[in-house]
Design a protein around this ligand. Sequence first.
Ligand SMILES: [Zn+2]
Length: 307
Amino acid sequence: MKKYLLLLLSFGFWAQAQVKPIISKEAVIRIETELASDQMEGRKIFSEGIERASAFIEKEFKTIGLSYYGDLKNYRQEFLETGRPANNVIGVLKGKSKPEEYVVFSAHFDHLGMTKSGEDKVYNGANDDASGVTAVIALAKYFKELDKNERTIIFVAFTGEEEGGYGSSFFSENINPNQVMALFNIEMIGTESKWKKNSAYITGFEKSDFGTILQKNLKDTNFKFYPDPYPQEHLFYRSDNARLAALGVPAHTISTSKMDSEPNYHKPSDEVSTLDLDNMTEIIKAIALSSQSIINGTDTPSRVTKM
Ligand SMILES: [Zn+2]
């Protein structure tokens, strides 16, 4: 009997060890490579290529086992933009004790499409922003397996960022901003930051204590998140976080992009081969760790009161 119990206990331990959630480099490479492939034709809004990208993200959300958002019947948040159909892709993990409080992870899945001239015609947008969407999918898998989120987590791939934030506009107009405790927007994390490996920056750092909370959660690790070192670029206002920040949400962008010296930015040469996928995997792990106290409801960042 005793022996049997011990066996059972050790099997239980083994089983638990097997399901410990991880963010694997293999998964990061698989998702990143798919999103940035030539087949996606640069993921321009209203194109067939972005439709393929949407289908891929929807399939990933389904495999992970995310729920639908609000009263949607699938992962697509569809809307008309200048008379043409467009969609965000949204998946949800319902919170255990605070389901009415939301934490959002977002990135944009659209990019610049194709160019007519030159040898390389596809704007692959491997860094901009397939890297961010890869992070959102990897985080969804991680938090689903962790199965401990007290707050509801919403995972969003926005469309139309490159055209002026269509997707994030529609999303922000259709959510109660008071229920959104924080938004982690992830933009271009595929290259090393100006501080090299294991580091990233947070835009609009001084506008809430979001960044300070993230730094606290990374205190005992080898990761460092810094305030945005490119204030002259106004990055806080230039990505999808801005729409929700304007409504008071502590909504910030996490990035590693060296805005003064990123050679492939908005060029067809923004390819997977130019990314540091080891570092990118570590950055995604750091985002997961840094969000912990917000996900479990012990920290709530202050609201953005001044844009
Ligand atoms: Zn971008």
